[in-house]
Write a protein that binds this ligand. Structure first.
Ligand SMILES: NC(=O)c1ccc[n+]([C@@H]2O[C@H](COP(=O)([O-])OP(=O)(O)OC[C@H]3O[C@@H](n4cnc5c(N)ncnc54)[C@H](OP(=O)(O)O)[C@@H]3O)[C@@H](O)[C@H]2O)c1
Length: 311
């Protein structure tokens, strides 16, 4: 016998499904999730980044659109939000919106620390600690799910502080980030020497340098990979302008170029999560769509690379 409560739940699920774009039949199970190797925590494979267009809007008075983006992330089962103290008002604005929408504890907050400045400067430990405390105040969650050393700034000092915070339970996961190929050799050294939970790094269908050493090393060491710049910010959009998605994208359940690019990235077994930035709720829904349906196999990935290279 179906109880009244079950019937209500069923009709709510039906209403949610009806409100979603077509082709998302698997949505009832929520987005695809992957485990963070060191903690076992499962997180949805598509999240939201907050530099680029998100931070531009966060810096304006027009934050209503960002409220819709974060609400859409949550509505479709997403939780991962990547930010940094250096992304203008993004960290503060997202923290405020999440509080308002009562999402603070449900979110997987990934923020960063860096007071070392550009060009390999030294970080003042007191300033680094103050920046981290400011992130706690802005985001409002303890422990914070992930803090990474931004752009490998003064790793001995800043990662040292993060290790201590992980030890005392104030931060769940720690890591380092870079999106500069010139820093990849240093990144590899840090991955080999330090007990990292995560790296954050650039990866896209037309930017695959990390497949050679960094992604295999992450798998070997059990380090989760958070992918940045899956669209190369504007690079892939400029390349695709006016071009139709090939019919065979349906074989991997991709209904847009965004899903084509995100599914390519997610098909690499070392990748844990990808966090494209957006300032538009409809793009958020489109991006989360990549966490549903099939992913390309090796042969399909080659076909996808060839297709993009030929455009
Ligand atoms: N060193 C680091 O730690 C580091 C460095 C770089 C990036 N990151 C992180 O990675 C995140 C992602 O990188 P990114 O923001 O630079 O670049 P990105 O995610 O590759 O691209 C963002 C751009 O794509 C557009 N876009 C997003 N979804 C779309 C869709 N479905 N259809 C069409 N256009 C779409 C956005 O514009 P709309 O607003 O119009 O959607 C925005 O212009 C950052 O936000 C940040 O959190 C970290």
């Amino acid at each position: 016998m179906t109880t009244r409560r079950e019937a209500l739940q069923f009709s709510l699920a039906g209403a949610l499904l009806a409100a979603l774009p077509r082709g998302w039949a698997a949505v009832a199970d929520g987005p695809m999730k992957r485990a963070i190797p060191r903690s076992g925590q499962q997180i949805p494979v598509v999240g939201l980044g907050s530099s680029a267009t998100f931070s531009q809007l966060a810096g304006s008075q027009e934050i209503g659109a960002l409220r819709e983006v974060i609400a859409e992330l949550a509505r479709l089962g997403g939780t991962v939000f990547d930010t940094a103290p250096s992304y203008g008002a993004s960290e503060q604005v997202a923290g405020d919106i999440a509080r308002e929408l009562k999402l603070t504890d449900a979110m997987f907050w990934a923020t960063k620390v860096n007071v070392a400045g550009r060009g390999g400067g030294a970080a003042d430990p007191a300033a680094a600690r103050a920046q981290i405390e400011s992130s706690f105040a802005k985001l409002g969650k303890q422990p914070i799910d992930l803090i990474q050393v931004h752009n490998l700034g003064d790793v001995p000092v800043q990662l040292g502080i993060l290790k201590e915070l992980r030890e005392t339970g104030r931060v769940r996961h720690i890591g380092v980030t870079t999106t500069f190929p010139a820093q990849y050799p240093q990144l590899i050294e840090v991955m080999q020497a330090e007990p990292l939970d995560f790296i954050g790094i650039d990866y896209a269908i037309d930017n695959r340098a990390i497949e050679e050493r960094i992604l295999p090393l992450a798998q070997e060491k059990g380090i989760a990979v958070m992918v940045y710049l899956p669209f190369g910010r504007t690079r892939l959009w400029e390349r695709m302008r006016g071009k139709d998605l090939p019919d065979w994208a349906a074989e991997i359940d991709a209904v847009s170029w965004a899903q084509f690019f995100l599914k390519f990235v997610l098909a690499h077994p070392a990748v844990t999560v990808v966090t494209p930035a957006t300032s538009k709720a409809k793009h958020m829904a489109d991006n989360l769509g990549a966490a549903y349906g099939r992913l390309p196999d090796a042969a399909m990935r080659e076909r996808m690379i060839g297709h993009i290279a030929g455009l």
